[in-house]
Design a protein around this ligand. Sequence first.
Ligand SMILES: C[S@@+](CC[C@H](N)C(=O)[O-])C[C@H]1O[C@@H](n2cnc3c(N)ncnc32)[C@H](O)[C@@H]1O
Length: 392
Amino acid sequence: MGITDQDTSAISGVAVVPPGLEEAAAAELTALGCQAGPPLRRAVRFQTNLAGYYRLHLQARLPFRLLRELASFPCHSRDELYAGVQRAVDWGRWLPPGASFRVDATGSAPGLNHSHYSALQVKNALVDLQRQQWGARSSVDLDDPDLALHLHLGGGAAALSIDGSGASLHKRGYRAAMGLAPLKENLAAGLIALTGWDGSVPLADPLCGSGTLLIEAACIALGRAPGLGRRFGLERWPDFNPQLWQQEQEAAAALARETLPCGKALAPIVGMEQDAGVLEQARSNAKAAGVAEALDLRQGDCRDFEPPPEPGILVCNPPYGERLGGGLGGGEALESLYADLGRMLKERCSGWSLWLLSGNPELTGALRMKASRRIPISNGGIDCRWLHYEIR
Ligand SMILES: C[S@@+](CC[C@H](N)C(=O)[O-])C[C@H]1O[C@@H](n2cnc3c(N)ncnc32)[C@H](O)[C@@H]1O
């Protein structure tokens, strides 16, 4: 699965990933046969070929987006951006006037401090060029463009990329139903990767909500490729190779299995949720993801949780509510929920390891347990910690 197989077209790109998961994402890209660079902030640079780029869209679980770089050029002014975009590639091939497009921008350069304005400058450069060359211009389609362009400005340079996914890659398609404050699917997959769980010991989430952590875990253990059955923007690109795409789809589909790769049975995956409606959502999501059989989902209060007999890994993302002391409701009830959770874990889950996503350090204090690792993670803009505890 090296980058020399099948085709030789070199692709340089950037995977946009949740903050805190950069290293895990670099490891994932490497495992999928790409050359991943050192992790950046919210991003990982990679090099691959067309087959590898397709493989990432079908199999990578952690990225939001996989941007493919078309060109990079020096950029210290608006004029340099305008001229650089026009010269960047053969636009007659990549964006003929009949194709629609959109432009997103990040970063800044002198005279280009607002990403909206920078995106507009790219759009103007393109439509002006099209009018001059072909007397017609592309329309802008924000929802479903034929070509989704991304501009990144920084360090005196502009990088112009195209986004292969269309809708963000975290939208796997199995989650019609969402509980309160669900985790994004790619973040959940990344949190599971950080636990090192490999399916050989039980996994349990006593506050499982709509089940995202457990569903992603089951998909990882049973080789369910997250991108199968989806349509991607790259299928509309001029260099789309249907045979290669088909080959990568078949390879991704062939990874699905009912046991672990070693042939052993998958260990129990158990979830508990107090809200019957939310639990129903977890069940329907698990069914849509094709892993319902692997999950044992029960309705109940986490205080009554009975773990499987053999120790394993607990994961959970309890409600954080408002900051305590902020005069807002729910603080005391949440504090006693965390205190009771801590008691239940110490009484019944000795020998297990716990990973808890905390958005509120005051609440986690009520667990009365000492974390052995604290990994900073951003969950939808909230500064969180993925806390690891060994339960004695
Ligand atoms: C932040 S949500 C979890 C979201 C979940 N990770 C997902 O992606 O869908 C917290 C969940 O804990 C549930 N919950 C709150 N108190 C509980 C309790 N005492 N026992 C069990 N579940 C509880 C809530 O109903 C909610 O669904």
